[in-house]
Design a protein around this ligand. Structure first.
Ligand code: G
Ligand code: G
Ligand code: MN
Ligand code: NA
Length: 259
């Protein structure tokens, strides 16, 4: 209850800020999009990780407000960078959506509102929503309807942490997703002694290719992993090798076109 009260205050005091991590083309390392990741700038405890407070926010329902805040902030930030000539028109932004948000019928209107308020409604495919397989298990039919409504707005849908959940190929075929984000658990061992990870990633990229989906490899930290992912046909790369998630000003300094 203490953390819940503090979170409420954090929202009111604008202590919840958004960091951005680049997602680049596997072929040439150019910027394709960035993932928006929330952080809590606590007045005394410093930067608090979402791993700590997002679960609390999900339990108490504050995740709905936090989610809306991150969505709005990310859309406005991308629009501002575009207007300033800092990012190319094809660059997008992705936002994590929690199960509680997806359960809300109002989510579709909120996404539409965020697009309209930022002006991204003219190019809605620049917004991507990251969902996990596990959150689709709950009530698959309701979730599927919601995903179709979101897709009808023109936004992209990404399956986050792919490979760790229990979704069947049959279900994957029915999901209106654009991109599989390969969980970093499968990236860590790439190019190493154990070839299991290579085989697993190869299977995902060939499946994605057959279904016409993009693949983002998450948690890429070494040149060896990058080279292997290029061979295996991953289309996008995200990880500390290129950048950690950074504040907006650092992001534009390091990745902006007019920098
Ligand atoms: O950035 P970091 O690795 O600390 O994130 C930890 C977890 O918090 C990740 O699973 C990430 O998806 C989640 N997360 C980060 N930002 C958000 C957000 O805005 N909304 C939700 N629901 N989860 C987020
Ligand atoms: O669950 P989700 O995929 O949204 O979580 C994204 C999280 O992964 C972010 O919090 C980010 O800090 C973390 N992350 C991003 N790149 C790397 C990486 O190269 N290595 C590690 N260990 N974590 C990463
Ligand atoms: Mn994510
Ligand atoms: Na992930």
């Amino acid at each position: 209850a203490r953390v819940e009260q503090d979170l409420r205050t954090a929202l009111d005091n604008d202590e919840l800020i958004v960091h951005y991590q680049p997602i680049v083309a596997a072929a040439d390392g150019t910027l394709r999009s960035m993932e928006a990741l929330v952080r809590w700038e606590h007045p005394t405890r410093g930067l608090v990780s979402p791993g700590v407070f997002v679960p609390v926010a999900e339990d108490c329902g504050l995740i709905l407000e936090i989610g809306r805040h991150v969505l709005d902030t990310a859309c406005r930030q991308l629009a501002a960078w575009r207007a300033a000539g800092q990012v190319a028109d094809h660059v997008g932004v992705t936002v994590n959506v929690s199960a509680r948000q997806l359960e809300q019928p109002g989510l579709v209107d909120e996404v539409a509102a965020a697009l309209a308020a930022s002006g991204l409604d003219r190019t809605p495919s620049r917004l991507g929503l990251e969902l996990t397989e596990s959150m689709l298990m709950h009530s698959p039919e309701a979730a599927l309807d919601r995903l179709c409504e979101l897709r009808a707005l023109g936004v992209r849908l990404l399956l986050d942490d792919f490979g760790t959940g229990a979704s069947s190929l049959a279900r994957l075929r029915r999901l209106p997703v654009d991109t599989l984000k390969i969980d970093r658990a499968f990236i860590t061992g790439l190019g190493g002694e154990d070839r299991d990870d290579d085989a697993f990633v190869a299977a995902i990229t060939s499946l994605a290719g057959a279904l016409g989906l993009d693949t983002v490899a998450e948690g890429v930290e070494t040149e060896i992993q990058l080279a292997r992912l290029q061979q295996l046909g991953a289309t996008r790369i995200q990880g500390f090798l290129f950048s950690r998630p950074v504040p907006a000003n650092e992001f534009v300094r390091d990745w902006g076109l007019a920098a």
